[in-house]
Design a protein around this ligand. Structure first.
Ligand code: 0O2
Length: 185
């Protein structure tokens, strides 16, 4: 796991530099970092029918190092995304834009699977990390929905529908706040 911690440190430095360079605009509200727990890794590998070995773990589990960037507005999400993908240290392996195409649950967030160079005792190695970029409003919804549902707790069909409806309201609110902010700038 040490190598994944080092990858998080690398991404932290890149985000810190970005915040310093763009300190005149409120691009990022806050950033969270986490290493996926062994239990969560094993659950995911079982769910996806991967072999429980290091080869599959390293090749197929992309979110052992996780970085979540929370932005005030949706347009900030794309500015942060563009700055990250233009950074020479970052190699983008995959991108999923659930803001343009939300998940059936209503989840709307931008995901990047990246690789960053990390200095290890074997020399420089590229280590994967998942970056999730979302608005403050969507972060509020996602955290609660994840807690209630995504982790397979008992949620009735009716409650699921209400969560989908709440996500729609959040997306509307995000749009409205963006429009309002742009009008008053
Ligand atoms: P955690 O760390 O507890 O949040 P991949 O195999 O990597 O291509 P993956 O990881 O199976 O694809 O799926 P996906 O959809 O790209 O991203 C998974 C992560 O996105 C989840 O992590 C959540 O953090 C978030 N996510 C995806 N869909 C939803 C959703 O409908 N609701 C909420 N609240 N979050 C979602 P994990 O695995 O749950 O781990």
């Amino acid at each position: 796991m040490a190598i994944y911690l080092l990858s998080i440190e690398e991404v932290k430095k890149i985000i810190n530099d970005m915040e310093v360079m763009y300190s005149n605009i409120n691009l990022i509200d806050h950033v969270k970092y986490r290493i996926k727990s062994p239990e969560s890794i094993i659950n995911k590998m079982n769910k996806k029918h991967y072999n429980l070995n290091y080869k599959d773990l390293i090749e197929k589990i992309n979110d052992i190092a996780g970085i979540r960037i929370i932005c005030p507005f949706q347009e900030n999400v794309y500015v942060v995304r563009n700055l990250l993908i233009r950074n020479p240290k970052i190699k983008v392996l995959n991108e999923k834009d659930f803001i343009k195409k939300p998940k059936p649950s209503g989840y709307a967030c931008l995901h990047l699977i990246i690789e960053v160079p990390v200095k290890s005792k074997f020399g420089e190695v590229y280590v994967k990390a998942e970056v999730q970029i979302r608005t403050m409003a969507m972060d509020f919804w996602s955290s609660i929905e994840h807690e209630l549902k995504y982790k397979n707790k008992n949620v009735t069909k009716h409650a699921s529908k209400r969560l989908i409806k709440a996500a729609k309201q959040i997306r509307k609110l995000d749009y409205e706040m963006s429009v309002l902010a742009n009008e008053t700038r």
